[in-house]
Design a protein around this ligand. Structure first.
Ligand SMILES: [Zn+2]
Length: 88
């Protein structure tokens, strides 16, 4: 009797901290200016998408607060600017 369904039940419940869980940061936003307000003073930082992709933390230009940006926050930022991508 052959064993069926072998190895085919893995994409059901990924643990939230799974390393393989990577949201795509759109290449289309690499050259688009994204805006991110400082959580402390509200100063709007404007950088290209590619800059946000590579940065892990940065200094607010106004209040000098050290701002840490994790991957999820990057994904949210990119998502918030997705409408800037011109389709077609
Ligand atoms: Zn600030």
């Amino acid at each position: 009797m052959p064993v069926l369904g072998h190895g085919n039940q893995r994409h059901r419940a990924l643990p939230p901290n799974a390393r393989s869980f990577v949201l795509p940061l759109s290449l289309a936003l690499d050259r688009v200016i994204l805006t991110r307000p400082c959580p402390n003073c509200g100063h709007k930082l404007k950088k290209q998408g590619v800059w946000f992709k590579t940065v892990g933390r940065y200094l607010c230009e106004k209040c000098r607060l050290h701002i840490v940006m994790n991957y999820l926050e990057k994904a949210e930022l990119f998502d918030a600017h997705a409408h800037l991508i011109r389709q077609g």
